[in-house]
Design a protein around this ligand. Structure first.
Ligand code: GBH
Length: 490
């Protein structure tokens, strides 16, 4: 079926089912700003971003898109775009400024998200709430090493989750525990590119051990996720009736050519990028390849722990952006000892290059990834992030930037691949959330790299819809069945 993908993709006139949801995603630290307002405690990104050399434009998250103040503007945009769902994340240190299980709760933090949730619901938009999108309370890092300390972090994370379920669970029915554990572990504790910036590379960090810490951190993240899910299921689900799961980053991995080593390499890449977490959570064990590669550096689950971990996600949240051509070799364990390239053997590029060096446009890979995840993990899928950074968008005039043709083409390819995966291949995808509602603080890239379907002028904080926002709005209007009883507005 996959061989004929491009043939089928364009002639499919059927629509996605009426309960298919779509919308946009954001994350607290990337949009909120107001880092010292209303009692918020610091996160590990606050000071990290301020250190010289950590962001490429030297800018930090103190203002971002100013969404802590301008959130009504954001809800207005969502309404204008006609979305059904909105994924945002909660800042742990707004809810519990010091982060810990015995530390006080900040009512103003609760109030902020409560207002946002009410406003979304009032506009017919269903919230998808991420509990952790990388902004660990700084105090927990300082107290005991944050994610490096399994015993402590599990208890603190579970208590934070509980506070959120208690405060918002009567209205929030879709919970995402963690965003992209791979990035938390590898970028934060191996490459040192993201907070807390630990690495064996002493040019980058005075502390850290890239050969052990990322695997310890990944293990803690899985366990914290799983314990929060257990608590939700035991204490809240019966009454609140929601669903809870995890979001993993997952790009498609394609062998560079047909050599057996490169075919194996593509699977190894998937084993580390996705399988590290997905095999543990959905299949009940770490991938064999990881055990082989890491030996006793890979922590093990006790049988009691594995009981909590196994089956601890109601759905599979997929953040996916691109496809990597995989060549066996190299020394990078975080990629499964596989080298990535976008250059095919014949010298051509896989697709259109984004501003982000790691991203090219290849919609067929998206379809194949969805098929792979569905067959291997057999859980309903939500695409929780997917998007494109147009090359040099920040260096264009606003007027020019609004015609984001490469991003429109990207979403055109993705949406037909999505439809083909759901309707032709039978993959159980329940929703699609594009990254991102707004241009925003793109972590180590500062504000230079833009992923928004809405342009943000950082001088004025004014928002301007790009062509891609209009494209997605129209596409989902045309391609989701209308609820019975509604005539649509044709
Ligand atoms: C998402 O991650 C994030 O969830 C979101 O916050 C972010 O804004 C969005 O991507 C766009 O970047 O070459 O070492 O720098 C996507 C997965 C995996 C993509 C790591 C960037 C860079 C690796 N990311 N990858 S490195």
């Amino acid at each position: 079926m996959l061989e004929t993908a491009s043939g089928n993709m364009h002639c499919n006139t059927a629509q996605l089912p009426k309960d298919f949801v779509w919308g946009f995603a954001t994350a607290s630290f990337q949009i909120e700003g107001s880092t010292c307002t209303d009692g918020r405690g610091k996160s590990i990104w606050d000071d990290f971003a301020k250190q010289p050399g950590k962001t490429i434009d030297g800018r930090d998250g103190d203002i971002a898109t100013d969404s802590y103040k301008l959130w009504k503007e954001d809800v207005r945009l969502l309404t204008e775009y006609g979305v059904k769902v909105y994924r945002f994340s909660i800042s742990w240190s707004r809810i519990i400024p010091l982060g810990g299980r015995d530390d006080p709760i900040n009512p103003k933090g609760i109030q902020f998200y409560s207002n946002l949730i009410n406003s979304l619901l009032g506009n017919g938009i269903t919230p998808f709430v991420t509990l952790y999108h990388w902004d660990l309370p700084q105090t927990l890092h300082d107290r005991y090493g944050g994610w490096l300390n399994k015993e402590e972090i599990i208890q603190d994370y579970v208590r934070y989750a509980k506070v959120c379920f208690e405060a918002f669970g009567n209205r929030v029915k879709n919970w995402i525990t963690m965003n992209e554990p791979w990035c938390i572990s590898i970028l934060g504790y191996s490459r040192g590119l993201f907070a807390p910036g630990r690495s064996s590379d002493r040019n980058r960090s005075l502390e850290g051990n890239s050969s052990t810490e990322p695997w310890i951190v990944g293990h803690s993240v899985i366990l914290a996720h799983a314990h929060a899910v257990k608590m939700y299921r035991d204490e809240f689900k019966v009454v609140q009736g929601g669903q809870i799961g995890i979001t993993l980053s997952g790009n498609w991995a394609m062998p560079y050519n047909n050599s057996p080593e490169n075919i194996a390499a593509a699977q190894h890449a998937l084993d580390v990028a996705e399988g590290w977490f997905a095999d543990a959570i959905y299949l009940g064990h770490y991938p064999d390849y990881m055990k082989e590669m890491l030996g006793d550096r890979l922590p093990t689950f006790t049988p009691e722990e594995m009981q909590v971990v196994s089956g601890s996600s109601d759905f599979y949240g997929v953040n996916t952006y691109t496809t990597n051509l995989c060549k066996a070799g190299g020394t990078d364990e975080s990629q499964g000892l596989v080298d990535y390239t976008f250059s095919r053997p014949d010298g051509t590029q896989l697709g259109t290059q984004a501003h982000s060096s790691w991203l090219q446009d290849y919609p067929e890979g998206f379809r194949q990834l969805l098929n792979y995840i569905w067959k291997r993990y057999k859980h309903p899928i939500y695409i929780t992030e997917n998007g494109f950074s147009v090359k040099n968008e920040s260096f264009k005039s606003i007027k020019e930037a609004l015609h984001d043709t490469d991003r429109v083409n990207y979403f055109r390819g993705i949406t037909s691949a999505l439809k083909a995966a759901v309707l032709d291949d039978g993959v159980d995808v329940r929703g699609y959330l594009a990254w991102s509602l707004l241009d925003n603080f793109e972590w180590a890239d500062g504000y230079v790299t833009r992923f928004g379907v809405t342009y943000v002028d950082y001088q004025t904080q004014k928002r301007y819809p790009k062509d891609s926002a209009k494209f997605l709005t129209q596409w989902f209007k045309d391609n989701i069945q209308v609820e019975e009883g509604h005539l649509g507005d044709i």
